[in-house]
Design a protein around this ligand. Structure first.
Ligand SMILES: Nc1nc2c(ncn2[C@@H]2O[C@H](COP(=O)(O)O[C@H]3[C@@H](O)[C@H](n4cnc5c(=O)[nH]c(N)nc54)O[C@@H]3COP(=O)(O)O)[C@@H](O)[C@H]2O)c(=O)[nH]1
Length: 843
């Protein structure tokens, strides 16, 4: 309905307009109306101006009693003024005008020319009144009761009656009982022909076409159209004429329903309009206030509109953007194929979304998340493109930062284990594809833990950062340096051509790391052990290469640290062995698998026992007796040395106590003490506590410290040794001659004895150098006033040589191997109480 109401009135106006001049006599105007079948005539002057209108109902006002009145000019009886409506006015607005002016007709004007006439009936008819007509009965239209005159009544009586009672027709009862009808149109016809006094029975139209009360208005309308008449008689069940209804009444009777419907339709339209206005307003507000930038382009991609967020993000004002292409934002970071794909998506699917790097007006790059949608017309042709984007630069930076943190070591900034494994896997893939070799270097810092423990974690961190920088500078540019954990670093050397080349880099790394450096205000000497595996020889997958480089690194540790080792297949066996030992060592103490054995120290001239060295033994349930030379380094690496060392001291003191109680021992027993134990285990307090525990005097215990440990000037060793000396402990230097003792430093140490290393004793009877060294050590000891013990005396010639040169105390298989405590007790028993003698007193 709405669409019909919104059409212009010229579409429904009737264009058959009858007109006459204002001077036209009434009868002549009536005659024109009768001839043309029109119900009205428009009165115009010669300029074509509308002066008034004369309708069928106006004909009732003609005085039929006076003949001259027919001659009067029409302008005397016309209605004026006439409402004129513009041709483009909507039907809806015309209805409003009809109601405002209480009229049923209006002329339609186009460019000052009257082109037609529109009536309320035209409006109703153009809406298709069938639906309303079908629902209503003729009895329900509230028509006037029929006015019935007699056929013998005169025409003026009928005209007066119709005028006074505002009727469009009256019924005429004829002498034969049938009915005729006189309508306004009949009156016009009679005016046109000049009849004034005729009897109604002569001039009425007969017969009166009638319908019963129950007839629907739709049927009544069809009867009217069928008979080409304008009025119907309505008869009740007793065949009495109750109403006379005309086409106009029929239409008027549904006007009410029609207007109600119209009102409802308009209300709905207004509501819909309001809603759409509100949603437009809302959309407008969203457009203006959203945080997302919005660009609307035409079909050619030219910017037609942008919102404030666009300007905020890009820096381009509305004037700068509108009329331009979004290419003003192009950063050059996306290749042409990217844009080709974007446009293909837009054409095929109507939308695209993704991330894109663009450039702000100030030249800075930013990343945006962009959604573009094509707006198509009803033919599917794109009319506009709407692009909505948000600036995700900060989010991307945060994501990148998170990604970096997840893949890099926070302290050094180097790739961490996760990223290293990725790079290693990728290196394997590349090397396989291009048949190349690469080397994996596994670097572990030696004694880094001590730096941490003694100087604190800040110093440790400082050292790690320095080493990380060092490594990055030293290796070839395409290498990847990573930090796996703590003091473990890896280096991937790609495209290697020879083992010599790898060895060169490994040595360079060792040299760089072992250089003396200052950390947290202290001079530290740090070194490293490097294990190397080569692709493809030492592994075809990342894990295998890493495990093998790690194994080779352990071999480097075993070989005295500060060196590098290439992986070899046999390393695996010893690595597994080592793992087994380490695992077993953890439970050895708890399971009582450790024992302390004793090797006698004898007076070389008399072979009488003058002391003993406590030596640790591990009776492994499966592997049998394991030498301390095998497991002490593992204990040192895994920090087990502290508890094991303490257990040795406790067991030794317990044995001393029992031998003293048995009256077997009145002398001194030596125990070995590891450098780590000395530095990090509160050795002074431990020794003091254990002596107290067994109620022993400190003079019964000797501690042997290896030469290298004793010479470590930077570790605070001297202070510990002094404290032990203060406690009354006898200190001696083990393996003397293998290290690099500075005699002046040695002189300052609170040691009382030297033990000549067995490597010199072994061949002294046949090697002049060893004999000379041994003799030199004996001289040094003498000049420094130190006791001497020769270790590893296996032959009589060795014993004699030593006695001759003045070394009077020795230890070796010539006299006894290390034996279990019970056996040692037996040895003591055989020769009586062990006296404390000044061993090896220089001659
Ligand atoms: N920190 C600790 N170190 C310890 C402890 N117990 C032993 N050790 C050290 O282990 C290394 C190996 O010791 P071991 O296998 O017991 O060998 C000792 C002797 O059995 C051996 N020896 C003695 N005489 C001879 C000989 O005539 N020939 C020969 N081939 N070997 C002989 O020498 C080792 C004693 O060496 P040393 O300590 O240098 O006097 C060794 O370094 C031990 O120090 C422990 O409890 N803690």
């Amino acid at each position: 309905m709405i669409s019909l109401l919104l059409q212009p009135i010229e579409h429904i106006a009737s264009t058959d307009i009858l007109s006459c001049g204002p001077e036209t006599p009434i009868y002549e105007a009536a005659s024109l109306m009768v001839q043309s079948g029109c119900g009205s005539i428009v009165i115009m002057n010669t300029q074509g101006e509308v002066l008034g209108i004369w309708t069928e109902s106006d004909a009732l006002h003609v005085d039929l009693s006076e003949e001259a009145s027919y001659q009067h000019p029409i302008q005397d009886v016309m209605s004026s003024p006439v409402i004129t409506l513009p041709h483009s006015m909507t039907v809806h607005d015309a209805v409003v005008k009809f109601r405002q002016h209480n009229i049923r007709h209006a002329l339609v004007k186009k460019f000052e020319t009257i082109i037609g006439m529109v009536s309320l009936s035209d409006v109703v008819l153009c809406q298709g009144p069938e639906a309303f007509l079908g629902l209503k009965r003729v009895g329900a239209i509230n028509a006037h009761p029929a006015v019935i005159l007699q056929g013998s009544d005169s025409l003026p009586v009928a005209v007066n009656t119709m005028r006074q009672r505002n009727l469009t027709a009256v019924g005429i009862q004829l002498s034969d009982g049938s009915f005729g009808i006189l309508t306004q149109r009949d009156v016009v016809r009679l005016v046109a022909t000049g009849q004034r006094h005729a009897e109604l029975g002569q001039v009425c139209t007969r017969p009166l076409v009638g319908v019963p009360l129950s007839t629907s208005l739709l049927q009544a309308r069809q009867v009217i159209l069928h008979h080409q008449i304008r009025h119907l008689g309505v008869f009740d069940d007793h065949n009495q004429l109750v109403h006379i209804i005309g086409f106009r009444e029929i239409i008027q009777s549904i006007e009410h329903e029609f207007l109600l419907e119209l009102h409802e339709a308009l209300r709905e339209r207004d509501e819909a309009l309001l809603k759409s206005q509100q949603s437009l307003l809302l959309a407008d507000k969203v457009f203006e206030s959203t945080m997302e930038g919005i660009i609307i382009t035409d079909a050619k991609g030219i910017i037609r509109s942008i919102n404030p967020a666009f300007s905020r993000i890009t820096g381009y004002s509305r004037d700068e953007a509108v009329g331009n292409s979004p290419a003003i934002l192009k950063s050059g970071k996306q290749p042409p194929e990217f844009y080709e794909y974007l446009w293909r998506c837009l054409h095929q699917e109507g939308s695209w979304q993704g991330e894109i790097v663009n450039r702000r007006k100030n030249g800075l790059l930013y990343t945006e998340h962009l959604s573009i949608t094509a707006i198509r017309d009803e033919h599917g042709e794109p009319q506009h493109y709407v692009a909505v984007f948000s600036d995700i630069t900060q989010r991307k930076l945060a994501e990148e930062r998170l990604h970096f943190l997840a893949n890099h070591d926070a302290l050094t900034g180097l790739p961490n284990r996760t990223l290293f494994i990725e790079k290693l896997q990728s290196a394997v893939g590349q090397a396989k594809q291009y048949e190349r070799r690469f080397a994996l270097l596994f670097i572990d810092l030696d004694r880094f833990k001590q730096v941490n423990d003694t100087l604190g974690h800040h110093a440790g961190d400082e050292l790690l950062i320095r080493i990380a920088n060092e490594l990055q500078h030293i290796v070839p540019s395409l290498s990847t340096v990573s930090r796996l954990s703590g003091d473990e670093f890896t280096i991937l050397l790609e495209n290697i051509v020879s083992m010599q080349q790898v060895a060169y880099w490994a040595q360079s790394i060792l040299d760089a790391i072992s250089a003396k450096s200052s950390v947290a205000g202290h001079e530290v000497f740090i070194s490293s052990s490097i294990g190397i595996s080569i692709f493809p020889e030492d592994g075809s997958v990342a894990d295998e290469l890493l495990v093998n480089a790690d194994t080779a690194m352990y071999r480097a540790k075993e070989r005295g640290k500060n060196n590098f080792q290439f992986y070899t297949a046999d390393m695996n066996a010893s690595a597994i062995e080592r793992m087994k030992l380490e695992y077993g060592l953890h439970r050895a103490l708890a399971k009582n698998e450790l024992e302390v054995w004793y090797q006698p120290k004898v007076a070389l001239d008399s072979t009488r026992i003058v002391g003993a060295e406590a030596l640790l033994r591990w009776r492994h349930p499966e592997m049998g007796m394991i030498s301390p030379g095998q497991f002490i380094p593992i204990a040192e690496e895994s920090s087990l040395i502290t508890s094991i060392g303490e257990w040795v001291l406790d067991t030794t003191c317990a044995d001393i106590r029992s031998w003293r109680d048995a009256g077997l021992l009145d002398g001194r027993i030596a125990a070995n003490i590891s450098g780590l134990q000395l530095k990090y285990s509160n050795i002074v307090e431990t020794v003091s506590r254990i002596l107290k525990k067994y109620d022993l005097d400190s003079s019964v215990l000797e501690l042997e410290i290896t030469e290298n440990v004793a010479m470590d000037e930077d570790s605070g060793m001297v202070e510990v040794l002094h404290r032990l000396q203060t406690l009354g402990i006898y200190l001696s230097i083990d393996d003397f001659g293998t290290g690099y003792s500075s005699l002046s430093y040695l002189k300052r140490l609170p040691v009382r004895g030297l033990k000549i290393d067995q490597s010199f004793i072994k061949n002294l009877h046949q090697d002049r150098d060893d004999a000379a060294i041994t003799q030199a050590i004996i001289s040094i000891a003498r000049s420094l006033g130190l006791d001497l013990v020769a270790e590893g005396v296996e032959l009589e010639e060795q014993r004699q040589f030593l006695v001759e040169k003045g070394c009077l105390c020795g230890q070796g298989f010539l006299f006894s191997r290390a034996v279990p405590r019970e056996e040692f007790a037996e040895l003591l028993k055989k020769q009586g109480v062990l006296q404390l003698v000044e061993l090896g007193e220089p001659a």
